[in-house]
Design a protein around this ligand. Structure first.
Ligand SMILES: NC(=O)c1ccc[n+]([C@@H]2O[C@H](COP(=O)([O-])OP(=O)(O)OC[C@H]3O[C@@H](n4cnc5c(N)ncnc54)[C@H](O)[C@@H]3O)[C@@H](O)[C@H]2O)c1
Length: 321
């Protein structure tokens, strides 16, 4: 299968390339800027998704079977620059959808987020609730879900996506509000201390990256007739920030973690659900998480250790942003 990824130089793209290549796909990786050492398992080219003509030319030239559209500005960075977030997340998706329509590309996979939800929702939060996001990131992702569903109805595009929880992986976070979770690992192992930018009772859905990647691949491969929706909640675990800090500290033999909430990021975190109800994903395409919080901690510690050993410079000032 010929598969295109946008925003492929980011956290999710990094792991997705590896998995797609392992299952035999021919992978075309694109991003605004190429990474310093591009993964040789993909064919790389630059693509700015805000450039509609470039998007169409790329899709026309490559004639791929499916696209994983990852390019986005995430929540915390998004609040620092709402105009850019609108251009990339909203305009970029529109360009991709139009590109798919014009080139008759069959499937577009979308990565939505818990940020589409707003405060005051039932716990756990089901798929079909009123979406009242509080951030530009959430607004663009919520309208992206609707826009994709429109292209599916109107033009027959096979548009599918998951609402990712905060993803935890051994890589440099991309400016999401859930980044505190990864910094317990990075700073715990690097310096033995970390002051999280959230309250200790903060509780949001989190997921180990390999489960998130597997969800994308399984949803992409699911028979169309089994799917009753285009966008699905997926859930793995929801520890409080304190519970996660204590579990990571215990697993690495002790660390000095404390909490100093940043009002902007805390406000974003407080607007998100505690838990997602993913019953539809389980029923329609057999979604099951493989990693609970303990399994994630166990798997991630050696990965983060290795990353710190091989790329110490990338993390020297990591949590400042
Ligand atoms: N990481 C998470 O916890 C998380 C949670 C929920 C949803 N998601 C979604 O998953 C997707 C991937 O997230 P990620 O963690 O890899 O993010 P990331 O920030 O690590 O990567 C995003 C990539 O998009 C690229 N990009 C930005 N503007 C672009 C443009 N104009 N044209 C092309 N590329 C551009 C960036 O260069 C970057 O490489 C995003 O759509 C995000 O909204 C991620």
């Amino acid at each position: 299968m010929r598969t295109l990824i946008t925003g492929a130089a980011g956290q999710v793209g990094h792991d997705l390339i590896e998995r797609l290549h392992a299952q035999g796909d021919e992978v075309f990786a694109t991003d605004m800027r190429l990474p310093a050492s591009p993964d040789p398992r993909a064919q790389w080219s630059t693509l700015d998704v805000t450039d509609g003509a470039a998007v169409e030319a790329t899709l026309d030239a490559l004639r791929v079977d499916r696209i994983f559209h990852l390019a986005a500005i995430l929540s915390a960075r998004g609040e620092a620059n709402p105009a850019l977030t609108y251009a990339v997340n909203q305009g970029g998706l529109y360009n991709m959808l139009e590109g798919c329509r014009k080139t008759e590309t069959r499937q577009l996979m979308f990565t939505s987020t818990i940020a589409v939800f707003g405060p005051g929702l039932p716990d756990p939060t089901p798929d079909a609730v009123s979406l009242e996001p509080t951030t530009m990131y959430g607004v663009t992702k919520a309208s992206g879900e609707l826009l994709g569903a429109y292209y599916a109805r109107r033009y027959g595009l096979d548009f599918r996506g998951v609402r990712f929880p905060g993803l935890i992986a051994a890589s440099l976070p991309g400016g999401g509000s859930s980044d505190y979770a990864l910094y317990f690992f990075i700073e715990g192992l690097r310096s033995g201390r970390y002051t999280a930018f959230c309250r200790p009772d903060t509780r949001i859905p989190l997921m180990y990256m390999p489960d998130g990647i597997r969800a994308l691949l399984e949803l992409s491969a699911a028979p169309r007739e089994r799917l009753r929706r285009s966008i699905y909640n997926i859930h793995a675990f929801s520890p409080s920030a304190r519970e996660l800090a204590e579990a990571v500290a215990a697993a690495i033999g002790g660390a000095d973690f404390d909490f100093d909430p940043d009002p902007v990021r805390q406000g974003i975190l407080d607007s998100w659900p505690n838990r997602l109800d993913d019953a539809n994903a389980r029923e329609d395409w057999g979604w099951r998480p493989e990693f609970d919080v303990e399994a994630t901690i166990h798997a991630l510690i050696p990965e983060v250790r290795e990353l710190l050993r091989t790329h110490p410079e990338a993390f020297a000032d990591a949590h400042a942003g």
